[in-house]
Each structure stands twice: as structure tokens, then as C-alpha cells.
Design a protein. Sequence first.
Length: 832
Amino acid sequence: STRSPATAAPSNDPPEQTRTGMSKAALKQAYIDNLFYIQGRFRDVASTYDLYMAAAFTARDRMLERWVESAQVYKTSHARTLCYLSAEYLLGPQLTQNLVNLGIAKVARAAAEELSVDFNAILEEEVEPGLGSGGLGRLAACYLDSLATQRIPAIGYGIRYEFGIFDQVIQDGWQVERSDNWLRNGNPWELPRPKISFAVRYGGHTEQTRDQEGRSRVRWVPEMVIKGVAYDTPILGYGVRNANLLRLWKSEAPESFDFQTFNVGDYYGAVHAKIEAETISKVLYPNDEPEAGKELRLKQQYFFVSCSMQDMIRLHRNTVGPLETIHQKFVVQLNDTHPALAIAELMRLLVDEQAMTWEQAWSITRQTFCYTNHTLLPEALETWSLALFERLLPRHLEIIYAINQEFLDQVRVRFLGDEARIARMSLIDETHGRRIRMAHLAVVGSRAVNGVAALHSKLIKTTIFKDFHELAPERFHTVTNGVTPRRFMVVSNPRLARLITATCGHDRWIGDLEYLRDLETHADDPVLQARWRQVKIAAKRDLACWLDHHTGVPIDPEAMFDIQAKRLHEYKRQHLKVLHIIRLYQRLKQDPSVSMVPRAFIFGGKAAPGYVMAKLMIKLINAVGEVINRDPQVNGYLRVAFMPNFNVKNGQRLYPAADLSEQISLAGKEASGTGNMKFSMNGALTIGTDDGANIEIREAVGAENFFLFGMTAEEVQRKQAEGYRPWALYQGDAELKSDIDLISSGLFSHGDPHLFRPLTDHLIHADPFMVLADYRAYLECQERVTEAYAQPRRWDRMSILNVARMGRFSSDRAIREYAERIWQIEPVVLDS
Ligand code: GPV
């Protein structure tokens, strides 16, 4: 076989005889070749793991060709480049995604099968990099896909966690966390870059010095130095030759540091320092809101931000040159406040290390950063105790003080003497024991701030950032989130993708989702509707089979699949869904002759390990399920299953199989939601509140094709201002009372009336997310769902129209909006 390197001409796929040919014959040859030269195996003894690795390397070789070509073109054209800074990237399995974007998904499968390789089995072998905990991390992954697809030169910067989000197993109905050792078998998609590494410093103190010209300067004398090493993953676009870079940093001990300690004889001290350094990128924090005051988390944030800013400066030096123009070459997008320290770090690098004046450095910094906010929940806004911050990052604290002083002076002049306003806007919160407000740092240091859905962007301007909006309204933007149709339609639902392509007569919709509109005229076509139903039921059969195997709950694929899958959170109101299930259960128990549309209630989602209430909700779901699933009087109509370990791979099993998508957060609390989009794109109808992107989804698909219920954000605010009394609601609604009482009766806890008391008491006496206030409206809306589902032709039409009108929710559209309105970055088209 040939092992010649890729040909010199980068613009065309090389001829068949090179190692990166795309024909079936070339792929077969490459497959055998990689099995031999990478895994050291021949076909007969290769394990499924070997076969997976060979397939991955076969894909990777073809990706590298586009990647190197993109890097060359980006470099020589001095292309303006986006740096996306995110503490999380929830990528999901890579193999199928990459084959789709290479355009060889079909032929690669055929090639493997001609070698008697069970392709589905090797896909099951793949371990996903779970380097994120929920919507925010998955959004970053969707944006990487769309940045490349929209031909925007971009680098994703983040942390190469050795352990990603924990694996969830369910034991006796409780969540149990297992560590996610995703790297144990190696990661074929990354390239280690040991030569791309930077020192990162912590602790110590600062000193005033003077440079040769006699100007006063600050020297930071750290207590600890570690290094960050780059691990690079290529990210392909779809239908284009562009491939971008995801660069994740791994922490290590610097060699020199080791020797220093070793030379004075402190061997154990040296080993300890090494372990301490390696700890920094060891594990992802599994919360989807910050855990108070975790020092390691702050170390992580500074670690990846420092490496990334140093790398950005290095790249600028290598390609363009004068540092004064760095804001013309790069835009930095902050994915929430987790990387907001980058603002202070860039200032430090420019002022302390590059000897730039403060004024010029601040002008450059202010023009470089943009910030996306992802939450309105006050408890989810990051702050750091000043004492901890000072101990870890003494120089950055000085920089933040200086930024703050300059900023507050401006505010003082604008709003003469309004000291209350100054206190509210300060980067330092003096009311909760002196804390640094990371969101304020992000806003003050950025030229653009955006929310992630229309409602959310409106609310940040009137609540958490009201004062900032009054000061500089022109800096506030909105970009509604989107999701990639490559992964969430083509990869995860190939049957539907084929049907859409056949119906539209083209597959242009994959690269431009607005083309789904071509389905609209067929929405009433009985032939399409029949096929549509077949596709759905096939996906439901697959999921039912998986669930039976993994949970032991048998589900009839003919039942309505009613799914809520997302992180467990009180504001997302999984308990509202449970109350609905209990109501149906009681209705059936009271009148066994009542006829009902059979429903399978399927939940999925992880709880933060320290979030007691969320974990209790998981237990409650499983406990209710246990009783219902065992009760022959009702289990012909109702089933409840909890899918363990909801991650990207398992999500891909859920979205295609859903009839009904549950998006029932309290209005004003879910910044956007993105699962809502994934379900709807796969033909599920949504029952949802007037919240986040639900509002825009409803507008897009048509109010008549969406089940809306509950209070609006305004009504929520009003009710809370008036004084919300859940107790009165509980007393005033006999059914509601009996549903809650059934939980506290012990029916679902083997007679133990105490188990769920924290949950039921909290609902009755506090109910901060107003479950009781929306209970009645939710039940009534569910009645309308049932009615519609009982009319298959009507339901199919609604389902088809949902898909046809979801074009706007492609992450391609979102990225185009960012590029045009916020980043001012042009696409770079590669030849051929
Ligand atoms: I802040 N989100 C998240 O997953 N983790 C976080 O730490 C924060 C926000 C989510 C929001 O809750 C979703 O509404 C939103 O769709 C998603 O971020 C992406 O914007």
C-alpha cells in the first residue's frame, strides 16, 4: 500500500493513489492501512476498539488535509479571526459528525461493511468528550460547527479536562455519579502540541519598579508557576473546505520547576508541585451554575484564559506584527463570565509584559472583547471573594481596581452624585462581604454584550444590566441561540433526513436550514404524512428498545412519547411534569373505565452532585415510575422511564423519538433553551411556557402549532410583587392538593411519609418557581395536546409544519448574526 504524504497541491482532493482518497476503494485501503500502522492489527484479530480507532484515523487523515489548507489560507490572507473563549465544549461523538462534514458518511459505512465491519458496533464503541455540563457547553460545540460551515476563521479556546461531566447511573432511583475517564483508551481526534505551551503564574505579590526610561512599572512575583500545553482538534465545516481549530489546554508542571526543587533535595516537594499543577485541568465542575468560592475553579479559569491570551499575542506576532493592531486581527467572544478574567489578563500582558501604556492597552482591550450572558438567575451570576482573588491573582486585582476606578469616575460625571448607582455598578460588591462581580467586569471590558433570546436580551436590559444599559444602550445586542442541523438532524435522525431530502428533492437544507420551507406545501399530503409517521415510529421503537434494555421499563412504541430532557433544576420544573403524571394516575385509579391516549413519560438529565432538591426530584420521578409501571390497572396507559446519563450521545436517541417536547420553565427564568429547538426540528410538538426561545419558536411555527400555557414573565413579576402565596393555591384546588398529598402520603416511598417532604413542603410554603401557580393551566393545556394527538392527520400536519418552519433556529443563522452585527468578520472562501 502507499503511505505517501498528502500531495503538495492543497486545493483539490488528491488523486486516488494517495492516502486521503474519498472513493470506497481508497477508504477500504486506508482503513486496513490504519488498522495495520496505527493499531498494529490485522483484520482477523482486531477488536471493536481497534476497528473504531482505524475508522477515526481514516476520517482524521482527510480532515487534516482541509485543516492545514485552511490554516495556510487564513495565515496568508491575514484574515480577521474569532477567538471563542469557553470553559466548556460539549462536543459529543465525533466520528459520524466528521464523516458527514467530509461528505463521506455513506461511502465510509459501505467501505467498512465490505470489510465485514459492523459499523453500528464501532459507533457504540466511541466515548464522547463530555467537556461541558449542559446547554452552555453544547451551544459552544454547535457554534464551532457553524463557524466552520459559515467559513469564519475561528479558534475555540478551552480546557482539556481529564475528567468531563460525570457519568450518571441510577441506583434504587437515586442518581449516583461515576467519574468520566474519557481518555482511558486514547483520543484519536486530538493532536498534542508540546511545543505550544505557556507559563501560567499564581499567587505571590507585586512590586513597584522602574524601567530604563524611568517609567513606573509593576512586577509580579508569583508563588507558583505551571504550564499549559495545547491539544488541538480540527473542526470541519459542512459543505465547505474550511476547517477550524479547537485548542484545549492541559496543565502540567514546568520541567525547570521540578529540577529546582529536586536540586535542594526536596524530592517529595517536587512531586507534590507536579501533582498540584496537573490538578488544574483535571476535572470539570459539574454544576450549571457556579459553586461558591471554589479556589480550583478560579485557578482553572485563569489558567485557560492566560494560555489563550498569550497564544493570541503569539499568533499576532507570527502573522501580522505590531501589537497595536491586535484588535483588528482578533475578536474575543466570552461565553458567559467564566473567561471574563481574559480582560484583566490581556491588560496585564499588554501593560506589564509588552510595556504598552495603560490608555492604549485599555483602548485595545475594550475593542477586542464581546460578552454573551446566559442567565438571569441572580444566584448564577459569578462573583469571587476578594480575599481569595487577591491571594491567587494579586496583580489582576490591582488591574481590576484600576479599571473600576476609571469606570466609576465616568459614571460619577454622567450621573452627578448618584452614589447608590455607583455602588450598584461597581465591579466590587461591598454588600456581601466584598466580592468581585465578574459580569460587571465583562460588561465594562466589552464593546458588545448580548443575550441569547429576544426576551432574555430585553430582560437583561431592565434587570441585571439596567444601569449599564442606561449608560451605553448601543452596546446591547441580541442573538437568539441556534443548534446545528448536521448533528441534531442528519447525524441523529438519518431516516428523517432522507425523507426530507426526498420530499424537497434536494439536500440544500442541510447547509441552509431555511430550505426546510419546501416541506410546507406537503404538510397535508397523506403520502408524506404516512411516511412521516413511519419515520417517527421507527425512532420510537429504537428508543423503546434502548430504554427497555437500560432501565427495564417496557414501552409501547404506539404510545405518545412525552419527553423532558435537560439538567435537573427547580426553575425548569420537572416537578410540574410529575404532578401532571400523578393527576392522570389518580384519574385512572378513580375511574378505570376512563379512556386515555396512552403516554410514555420519559425524563433525562443530570443533577449537580451537591443540589439536594434536584437529586430528590430524580428520586421522585423514579419512585412515581416504579408505582405506575407496576400497576396493571394503569400501565396500559401510562409508563414512566428515566433515561440514565443524558449526554449528547443519548440525546441523539431522544430527540428523534419525541412526540411531545416539554419546555415548562417558569417564564423569565430560562435564558433561551436549545433542547426546545432540537426536539422541534425532529418533528416533536412543544408544550411550553412563554419563556426564552420558546416564544420565538412559537412565532416561527405558528401559534396554532404550539401548545402555550402559563403566566408570562410580566405576570410572574407582578404576582411576586403582590406577594405569592402557594399555600392558598394548595388549599384552593382539591386536585392539586390531592396530587401533592399523594406524594407526602408515602405511596411512592414504601410508606415513608418523610422522604419527599423537603420537596412537597417547599412547594406548599415557598414555591419560588411557582409550580402551583401554573399547575391548572398546564393540565388544561395537556388536555389540548391529548385532543390533537387523537387526530393523527392534524398532528402530522402540525409536526411537518414545525420542522418546515425551524430554519431560523440553525446555529448557522446565529453565527451569521454574530459575524455581521457583533464581530464584523467576513467569511474566508477556500478554493475548490
Ligand atoms: I450561566 N446555561 C448553562 O447551560 N450553563 C450555565 O452555566 C449558564 C447558562 C444555559 C441556559 O440555562 C440556557 O437557557 C441557554 O439556552 C444555554 O445556556 C445556552 O445559551
